[in-house]
Design a protein. Structure first.
Length: 159
């Protein structure tokens, strides 16, 4: 028998964790969305960016303290697939008409500062095709005005 183990890689990641969105998230109002435009190649990520990993841990690092509203505040994220000539359509400030690819939940009415907030559930499946990332802010408040990061750490299991 062979054990299934996390691939050692770089501190448990196949490639070092890197930014998916940064300045796109600065001062992002509640109920507003942002599409990747800085990281990758002009906001486009490829399988090679992830070291061909099929899954990853996604986390949000706020640039300063902020207080999400009560209820079920979260950041919702989608991988916008490409059919070769364009990307999946986004209607400004509207959730996509399918379930999000990842959810980053918060506990409402708590002030947060220099914490990491990880995506809910198991590792997120990373797409094999070229894509952008779209994030909707449903925290009930604007995100901090600077230094926000949405980060992915691609990982894998080997045997």
């Amino acid at each position: 028998m062979t054990d299934f183990l996390w691939d050692a890689g770089t501190s448990g990641f196949i490639v070092a964790p890197f930014d998916l969105l940064t300045t796109e998230l600065n001062s992002l109002a509640d109920g507003s969305g942002a599409t990747s435009s800085v990281g990758g190649t002009s906001g486009v990520f490829q399988q090679s960016n992830y070291g061909s990993a099929i899954q990853g841990i996604i986390g949000f690092f706020p640039g300063a303290s902020f207080t999400p509203a009560s209820g079920s505040p979260a950041l919702l994220g989608w991988f916008l697939g490409s059919a070769g000539s364009g990307f999946e359509a986004v209607v400004a400030n509207t959730d996509l008409p399918r379930a999000p690819d990842f959810v980053i939940p918060f506990i409402g009415s708590n002030a947060y500062g220099a914490f990491a907030f990880l995506s809910a559930g198991p590792p997120v499946m990373l797409p094999p095709w070229g894509h952008k990332i779209f994030v909707m802010n449903h925290t009930g408040t604007a995100l901090p005005s600077s230094s926000n990061q949405l980060v992915v750490g691609p990982n894998a299991v080997k045997y």
